[in-house]
Design a protein around this ligand. Structure first.
Ligand SMILES: Cc1ncc(COP(=O)(O)O)c(C=O)c1O
Length: 442
């Protein structure tokens, strides 16, 4: 063992089988470019950009230096009633990337906080317009919106909810967008736009004027990459417009080039009212999230409050932390200088060809993909998620890190990846799947 920790016992790890992990740990001691180094000295290609964070690859010196400089100059500024230049500059830079009507940015520290903040913004907006009766929220099965109380309430993943029954009331879930006929379809399926009619049914069942907002990931990420059917997001937009419901896109995974455009909104040509973001916002180098809103939302909330009074009673001690803003500005500089969003678009076809080549394997039951992200389902054992865990562990020791959710693996290499890296991921995944297949007993 080469790790320096004397004991692994004290760290209670998140979303981890703690007992199993501590018997058989996998630690990363170094990360550079698209590679990680494990505690035994092995090289591991980061096939999921960490957790979809490291778009520009790991160990970017520009980001490290910007954070170091910032910490030396001004390490922390209280963010309530005070700020520092970096927060305004970073917000301006983000607004350059969001759709034209979305120009106001609220900083938080994670994707989960961005969701809870978006919920509160929706409530504050409707209240400011005299529509405080809009207390219901719509989400979707197989959604992942983080783990705070708001995000847990909106999530459509049973394991993330069943222990926590007393969360937010008044949330209803539309059906997810995967249909059996979507199996092995690349890009947006032709069929399935009618699933958006679930929102219309809620309008008819509960009354459109009781619904505050509809939350969706433009492309559902964490539950295995469910690409929206053609016309689906457009129909959600139309219903929201007709009913005065805010449409919220959770762009935590889709944002910052993953789909070959700045955000999912541009990839699918649908503009939401509110966008949540995190992860690649700082290339993962500092914890940070953000919520960007249409000008009308910002103006409605701020103008409803008396002059010189706080307009929105919400914020975090670390909102717009100077080091996180410095990391974010440096990350956006890299994305721009290296034209990484376009690079993802250009690499997409090669990437999807490579991933879809795995469909001949018996263990592979479905593949979906768009831009530089793809989901691959492996046949489950009797215990859901068991096969996914087995593949993930074996693959790590074979030299590739992939995020798995249950039995779905998610390939999302850094946007700086070369073709050879994509080949390496797919070859090692093929080898691993064959090894698991040969040991299969059920
Ligand atoms: C779509 C989406 N929303 C929200 C979150 C939560 O983000 P965080 O883990 O930073 O709280 C995630 C995390 O994976 C996500 O994928």
């Amino acid at each position: 063992m080469q790790y320096s920790a004397n004991s692994l016992e004290h760290h209670w790890m998140p979303f981890t089988a703690n007992r199993e992990f501590k018997r058989s740990p996998r630690l990363v001691v170094k990360s550079e470019g698209v590679y990680l180094t494990d505690h035994k000295g092995g090289s591991v290609l980061d096939g999921s950009s960490g957790l979809f964070c490291a778009a520009a690859g790991h160990g970017r010196k520009e980001i490290a230096e910007a954070v170091f400089e910032q910490l030396k100059t001004n390490d922390y500024t209280a963010p309530f009633g005070l700020s520092h230049p970096g927060s305004f500059e970073f917000a301006r830079r983000i607004a350059e990337l969001t759709p034209a009507e979305i120009n106001h940015v609220f900083f938080v520290n994670s994707g989960s906080e961005s969701i809870d903040t978006a919920l509160k913004i929706a409530m504050a907006y409707h209240r400011a317009r005299g529509e405080g009766q809009r207390t219901r929220f719509v989400s979707r099965e197989r959604a992942y919106h983080g783990v705070n109380i708001g995000g847990t309430s909106l999530s459509g993943m049973v394991k993330n909810r069943e222990t926590f029954t007393q969360v937010m009331p008044n949330v209803v879930c539309m059906r997810h967008t995967w249909l059996p006929e979507h199996r092995f379809i690349r890009g947006q399926p032709e069929h399935g736009a009618e699933l958006a009619e679930d929102l219309q049914r809620f309008v008819e069942n509960y009354g459109g004027s009781t619904i505050a907002a509809c939350f969706v990931e433009p492309l559902a990420g964490s539950t295995g990459i469910l690409v929206p059917p053609k016309g689906y997001l457009e129909r959600l937009r139309q219903i929201c417009d007709e009913q005065g419901i805010l449409l919220v896109f959770d762009e935590v995974i889709c944002g910052f080039g993953r789909l070959g455009t700045p955000f999912g909104a541009q990839a699918f040509g649908v503009t939401p009212d509110i966008m949540t973001m995190a992860k690649a916002l700082t290339n993962g180098a500092q914890p940070m999230g953000a919520v960007a809103v249409k000008d009308e939302i910002y103006e409605t909330i701020t103008q409803a409050a008396p002059e010189k009074s706080v307009e929105f009673f919400h914020g975090y001690t670390y909102s717009g932390h100077p080091a996180a803003c410095a990391a974010g500005i440096a990350a956006l500089d890299i994305y721009e200088k290296e034209d990484l969003f376009q690079r993802a678009a250009d690499m997409s076809e090669y990437f999807l060809d490579a991933v879809f080549s795995l469909r001949d394997l018996d263990l592979v039951t479905d593949i979906r993909g768009y831009g530089l992200i793809a989901g691959i389902d492996v046949a489950p054992t009797t215990a859901p998620g068991g096969r996914g865990t087995q593949v993930q562990e074996k693959l790590f020791w074979n030299g590739v890190h992939l995020k798995f959710t249950g039995d779905a693996g998610i390939l999302a290499p850094p946007l700086v990846s070369e073709r050879s890296h994509i080949d390496e991921i797919v070859e090692k995944l093929r080898k691993t799947l064959k090894e698991v297949e040969s040991q299969k007993t059920n």
